[in-house]
Design a protein. Structure first.
Length: 438
């Protein structure tokens, strides 16, 4: 008999804390909508898994370890069965390890709330039913990398730019849903999986972006206790901006996106056939990946730029982005890092699987993995169990663009995405055969 528990907790920081996600910090001046830590615990009475989703831009591996430790102590669920993911909202609290004193205070709070949500979900678990479904949402996500007429490639090249030739890659319009009901069929919650950057708002107000709007709509339909978890797919090169066919950003795009996706979730959730038993299991693997290093020429150019930026008469002429990237190169030089150890994870939830990546994975890898997975439905969770910046395709490194520029996080070698996918596929095949392949 399947058991399920869901819980959510408010994690909205105080005003004044720095909002990460852009080149310079933004002190929060307001709250558009609250941020949450959400957890679901699923099991069969003997084995359980916990999925924790945070309305945050990311979650560092040290914080993931702290959350898992507290959850294991409170529930007995092993760390390999616990997935901790962020939605990647760009209007959340300070969570990165260079966050400053306010961030240290907030992250301590966040760890406790995230673990508490899972422990409380475990405490209230009850007999339940589960169902799986797949749908699609067209016209709300777009590849943000474009080939230009001069042969170059640009990320976010501007609306109605006459020099745009075509997008440099695909999108992923799949919407996956895991339906969670009580034993009597009453709606308890849902896990939704879709691939698109939650960076539709900007400004200096906290917001969960479009995943928060999905939750609001579903609560209006299914009741205030309904818990909506959102796992972001392979969206490293995907956002909500259609530069080829629109002339300006859509006002309140997060509401439009959230409502479109919520409508699709409601439709395909109702079609999902539920069952009251399932096999749950988790596997993790540590990968050692090569780290790219700045060249001597790049470091010299960065030093010149930063010296220029210090001069009052020239500082205003230098874009903030250029200053940011120059400082990042100095950070990399000081680290003396040659390899990075990252975690990839796979969870089996009945007939479906969740593949978790600690990075901003390009959509091409998502397509590759889903096509080769031994499971009929494979959800991809990015921004999970760590932060390692963008992981682009080999072709993207040749083409260039924003996503391949070196930073203290975006530093993994061009073969990293392929190695991650192969490692996850290995875990998926292990999980697929762990109960005799049923």
């Amino acid at each position: 008999m399947m058991e399920c528990g869901l819980y959510e907790m408010d994690i909205t920081p105080p005003l004044g804390f720095a909002i990460p996600g852009y080149f310079t910090p933004r002190p929060a001046l307001g709250i558009k909508d609250n941020l949450h830590a959400k957890a679901v615990v699923l099991g069969n009475g003997q084995s359980f898994t916990a999925i924790i989703v945070l309305d945050a831009i990311g979650i560092e591996k040290e914080e993931v370890a702290a959350i898992r430790k507290q959850v294991t102590e409170g529930t007995g669920i092993p760390a390999s069965h616990i997935l901790v993911a962020a939605t990647h909202t760009h209007t959340g609290g300070p969570v990165y390890r260079d966050r400053g004193p306010d961030g240290d205070e907030y992250t301590t709070f966040l760890i406790k709330k995230a673990a508490d949500a899972a422990v409380l979900a475990y405490a209230i678990k009850r007999k339940a039913q589960i169902g799986f479904a797949k749908g699609g949402a067209e016209g709300i996500s777009f590849n943000r990398r474009y080939f230009m007429r001069d042969g170059s490639l640009r990320t976010n090249p501007g609306y109605n730019n006459p020099d745009i030739v075509e997008p440099a890659g695909p999108i992923d319009s799949d919407v996956f849903v895991i339906r969670l009901d009580g034993e009597d069929g009453s709606p308890l919650g849902v896990i939704t999986n879709f691939a698109c950057h939650p960076d539709t708002i900007g400004g200096k107000q906290y917001s969960a972006d479009y995943p928060g709007e999905i939750s609001r709509v579903l609560k209006a339909v299914y009741g205030g206790s309904f818990v909506s978890l959102f796992l972001n797919g392979a969206c490293g090169n995907i956002n909500h901006l259609d530069f080829m066919h629109t002339s300006h950003p859509e006002p309140d795009a997060f509401r439009h996106m959230g409502r479109v996706l919520a409508g699709e979730v409601i439709k395909i959730r109702e079609k999902a056939i539920t069952e009251n038993s399932l096999h749950v299991e988790g596997r993790c693997e540590q990968l050692s990946l090569t780290v790219r290093k700045p060249s001597s020429d790049e470091l010299l150019q960065a030093e010149v730029l930063l010296r220029t930026a210090e001069q009052p008469e020239t500082c205003k002429a230098i874009p903030e982005a250029d200053i940011f990237f120059a400082r990042q190169l100095h950070t990399l030089r000081e680290r003396q890092e040659t390899n990075a150890v990252i975690e990839i994870q796979a969870l089996r939830v009945g007939a479906s699987a969740i593949a978790a990546f600690p990075c901003e994975l390009f959509v091409e890898f998502g397509h590759n993995l889903k096509q080769r997975s031994p499971f009929p439905l494979t959800l991809i969770a990015t921004y999970a169990n760590g932060v390692n910046g963008y992981v682009a395709t080999r072709e993207a490194f040749v083409q260039g663009g924003y996503e391949t520029r070196l930073t203290s996080r975006t530093r993994l070698a061009p073969d990293s995405g392929e190695r991650m996918v192969e490692a996850v596929l290995g875990l998926l095949h292990q999980l697929c055969g762990s109960d005799g392949g049923k």
